[in-house]
Ligand binder design. Structure first.
Ligand code: GLY
Ligand code: MN
Ligand code: MN
Length: 436
């Protein structure tokens, strides 16, 4: 794996000319008072280094004669390590992580200038750590002031995203394996959930059973707060209380994915708690399922990212018209977004080191991102007949028999040279399979 991190650094370096790039580790996140969350490295930092400790800075300096890759890290400290865990330290930063040079983080201000002085620009993404932004700006400002003395030095700061995030968008073979593993674990958890959920179960019981499998199979845990939403709770897109007792004749919507080796899966299934759909549930489910399948069929090289969404919106709108929930000409309803009270989110997002992964969806007006092999995205249409929702202008009031039904179906889809591969196909979604 170290070779792959090195290849990524070289690929990045090959695109920054004579610049120097600076990356900051993620901060420790506070849960409450002085209790912290388990540490999770910044995804950009991790992608380029595999280094997963806080208080670190990585520098890529192709213009430096010897040190193209430099790490600033927390030094070894026996006493502190007893409390907060193992630190790799300065020496191993070179031996294990392949840094050409490494320093204790306390020497950053002293050592950083030598890596910036000959660069023509600094590549850096302004982050949430305002103090560190200030550190970078201070160095930049000093170098600008002393520029006339040297006639060299950075004269611009450029964001790292355009280069790095288009790299992250295309997954390597090693990344695909981790993504498939994250998917497989979540598939197992969803299949288990469908087996055990029944009238009388509490949402949190299902959540607990699923998250048990996430850990049991070596995952880090949920990729995001698991959504286990029975009945009308499914109409809250980010419902995470998961504390209700589910009843017969209701649907259960589960949106839960697993984090594995820094990568993520993101799956949603909706199924009848008591084993059988009601007529209304089935009618809406069939529409969402058709929309999802046809949107997946749009996932292939050369198609735009948005084609899946456009396809889903059309099928959902047609379905709503057939059921009498919308009224009018399909094209007009789509054009005027009359479906939005019942379908208010997009049909997917990039998936990878981040659940809502980096990478652009659009290269300016009229230039959508085209899909290419190695992209991974979710396809997740839904319908939500939210209680007390106002229909769009000129649209009928919703017949109460539909109200309170929420459905979403979500898979993780890899773009392949000939089309796509659904990484999460192991969880059933056909009516005959989710009914019991
Ligand atoms: N579970 C987050 C999402 O579907 O985007
Ligand atoms: Mn999801
Ligand atoms: Mn998603």
């Amino acid at each position: 794996m170290q070779t792959e991190y090195q290849q990524r650094r070289e690929a990045f370096i090959s695109k920054i000319g004579n610049g120097t790039a600076i990356f900051r580790s993620a901060p420790m996140a506070v849960m409450h008072n002085d209790v912290e969350y388990a540490y999770r490295q910044d995804s950009d930092f991790f992608y380029l280094t595999g280094f997963n400790e806080p208080e670190a800075v990585a520098v890529l300096a192709p213009n430096h004669p010897e040190h193209r890759f430099v790490l600033f890290v927390q030094p070894k400290d026996r006493e502190k390590e007893v409390w907060t865990g193992y630190r790799c330290g300065v020496d191993a930063a070179k031996e294990i992580y392949g840094a050409d040079e490494a320093y204790p983080i306390s020497e950053l201000d002293e050592k950083l200038p030598q890596y910036l002085e000959k660069a023509d620009r600094i590549y850096y993404r302004l982050g949430r750590d305002r103090n560190f932004n200030e550190t970078v700006l201070n160095h930049y400002q000093i170098l600008l002031r002393t520029y006339p003395k040297r006639g060299t030095g950075p004269i611009a700061i450029e964001d790292t995203g355009a280069i790095l995030h288009s790299m992250r968008l295309v997954k390597s073979e090693a990344e695909l394996q981790l993504m498939q593993k994250a998917a497989d674990i979540a598939v197992e958890a969803h299949n288990h959930a469908i087996k055990i959920a029944q009238p009388g179960s509490y949402e949190y019981e299902i959540q607990a059973e699923m998250e048990r499998i996430f850990r049991l199979r070596g995952g880090n845990g949920p990729a995001y707060p698991s959504i286990v939403a029975s009945g009308v709770n499914a109409c809250v897109l980010h419902y995470i209380e998961n504390n209700r007792q589910m009843q017969d004749h209701e649907l259960l919507l589960i949106d839960a994915g697993c984090a594995y080796g820094y990568y993520n899966s993101d799956i949603t299934r909706t199924f009848p708690v008591g084993g059988k759909f009601t007529g209304e549930q089935k009618a809406l489910y069939e529409i969402v399922l058709a929309a999802q399948k046809q949107a997946i069929a749009q996932v292939k090289p050369g198609n735009s990212f948005h084609q899946g969404h456009e396809t889903a919106v059309r099928i959902l709108t047609e379905g709503l018209v057939e059921l009498g929930i919308l009224r009018g000409d399909i094209d007009n309803l789509i054009e005027e977004e009359k479906y939005k009270p019942y379908y208010m989110h997009r049909t997917g997002h990039w998936l990878g080191l981040d659940v809502h992964d980096v990478g652009v969806y659009q290269h300016g007006e009229d230039k959508p991102q085209l899909l290419q092999p190695g992209h991974i995205l979710t396809v997740e249409p839904g319908l939500y007949i939210v209680p007390h929702t106002e229909p769009a202008e000129d649209q009928p009031a919703v017949d109460p028999r539909w109200v309170g039904i929420g459905i979403r179906i979500e898979d993780d889809v890899l773009v392949t040279p000939n089309g796509n591969q659904v990484l999460t196909a192991g969880v059933p979604k056909e009516i005959g399979e989710v009914e019991r």
